[in-house]
Ligand binder design. Structure first.
Ligand code: ZN
Length: 90
């Protein structure tokens, strides 16, 4: 995993809108929700906490995107395999 993708979090709002956040922004979102704030202001993104759906790390997001593209992981070899292909190590 490269450095960039591990430092980016993805926040989903209800309805499916997604926003890419830095780790710092993601922390600000978590803190605001824990405090019970009604609104979150990230400067370029302002939303009501009741619109918040979930927050995932960039690493998880990259994996979800690869699976959506049809790639799969051979768990035995921890090997990413392209869509429609067999694991070359099995
Ligand atoms: Zn395999």
């Amino acid at each position: 995993m490269n450095e960039l993708s591990t430092k980016i979090c993805v926040m989903y709002l209800i309805g499916g809108d997604k926003h890419f956040l830095t780790e710092q922004e993601a922390e600000a979102v978590k803190e605001a929700i824990k405090r019970g704030d009604k609104y979150i202001d990230l400067g370029n993104t302002f939303f009501a906490v009741n619109q918040f759906a979930k927050l995932i790390s960039g690493a998880d997001f990259a994996e979800v995107e690869r699976i959506k593209q049809g790639e799969w992981v051979c768990r035995k070899h921890n090997n990413w395999v392209p869509k429609g292909m067999q694991c070359g190590l099995c």
